[in-house]
Design a protein around this ligand. Structure first.
Ligand SMILES: *Cc1c(COP(=O)(O)O)cnc(C)c1O
Length: 344
């Protein structure tokens, strides 16, 4: 597929590595039926450019380019207090000489504190222009429009990026990723049986669905929900995938191209569970690769859970998309070291 007609900035200057995880594969197999499990490979999108953060960098290559093409001088976006997306959007804004404003949604009451560590420190260090905090469940689109009006009243031009950067333009980042991976698989002589990816605001999963379709890739793409069960998540991903496909002009997305699993994110988005801790510890202690507690720890827990349920045929080659998110790991030290009692 030809993406060259879409404006793009480059924040990562080489394909991110695809690696085999031999020790993790062995450790996982020991807990699978008959002691045989899938062979696990990893796509290191935790090593993308900009501020070390993860998958939002790929979406922002297209979103920031579009903002610049439209003559905007301020990026406006939204997220939770430890949002990877907000932090990376700010880094992109700094790099492009743009200003940046956030609407922060306090999904957990009183979780936002200006003095807190993690993101708030980094927001200040990179020079965010303004932060508006709103209660959980607020209309984020309306809140961002209000900020855009304020910016306009100063004679400037804002560019609104939806939560997670998940719209048709942002989704192009993961179409580009699919093209990058497809070339890597070919060069490596690697015939995969499935790809596992996190499914949140849906730009990553939906963009990849469109990328698989447009590039005629037939292996299953398995989404692991980080905040919703399939009945709520799949329509969201489907809508995103179709929006990306429409932008690309590749026709109708079959509904069954969108597949996700739930059961690994509870009790709530961003709230830790025991499965996540097991996954974070297991990958850290077998391969020295870190996962984050909000997304990739739960997504890997999903891959492990499916493997243990016998979802993959023995020795199937399964690629795990490491979508990043590591800066938030620090805020959850006691949890991931097992010092906090957790439910499954
Ligand atoms: C945002 C995010 C995801 C989920 O991606 P969506 O495009 O929002 O579905 C997964 N992993 C990390 C680290 C993220 O920050």
């Amino acid at each position: 597929m030809d993406l060259s007609r879409f404006p793009r900035r480059r924040y990562t200057h080489a394909p991110t590595p695809i690696e085999l995880l031999p020790n993790f594969t062995k450790a996982l197999a020991a807990s699978c039926p008959g002691g045989v499990g899938p062979e696990i490979w990893i796509k290191r999108d935790d090593l993308l450019g900009l501020f070390p953060g993860g998958n939002k960098t790929r979406k922002l290559e297209f979103l920031a380019a579009d903002a610049l093409a439209q003559g905007a001088d301020t990026l406006i976006t939204c997220g939770a207090p430890q949002s990877n997306h907000c932090r990376i959007t700010l880094a992109a804004a700094v790099k492009e000489g743009l200003k940046c404003r956030f609407v922060i949604e306090e999904r957990v009451p009183n979780s936002y504190s200006k003095e807190a560590g993690g993101n708030n420190f980094m927001f200040e260090l990179m020079g965010v222009e303004a932060i508006t905090v709103v209660p959980g469940g607020s209309d984020m689109g309306a809140a961002m429009s209000k900020i855009a009006q304020e910016v306009a009243s100063l004679g400037r031009k804002g560019y609104i990026i939806p939560g997670g950067g998940s719209n048709a333009i942002g989704g192009l980042g993961y179409v580009a990723c699919v093209q990058e991976m497809q070339q890597q698989w070919f060069d490596m002589g690697l015939a995969l049986d499935a790809v596992v990816v996190g499914s949140g605001s849906s730009g990553t999963h939906g963009g990849m669905v469109a990328g698989f379709l447009g590039n005629n890739i037939k292996i299953p793409l398995i989404g692991i929900g980080v905040s919703r069960e399939p009945i709520d998540q799949e329509p969201l991903v489907y809508k995103e995938a179709q929006a990306v496909a429409d932008l690309l002009g590749i026709g109708k997305v079959p509904r069954d191209a969108v597949k996700s699993f739930g059961g690994f994110w509870q009790p709530k988005y961003s709230v830790p569970n025991a499965k996540m801790v097991e996954a974070v510890q297991m990958l850290a202690r077998t391969e020295g690769v870190l996962l984050d507690p909000v997304y990739t720890g739960k997504i890997m827990a999903g891959l492990m859970g499916l493997a243990r349920q016998g979802h993959f045929k023995p020795n199937a080659k399964v690629l795990f998309m490491h979508t990043g998110g590591l800066p938030s790991l620090d805020v959850y030290q006691d949890v991931v070291l097992g010092r906090t009692e957790l439910k499954d």
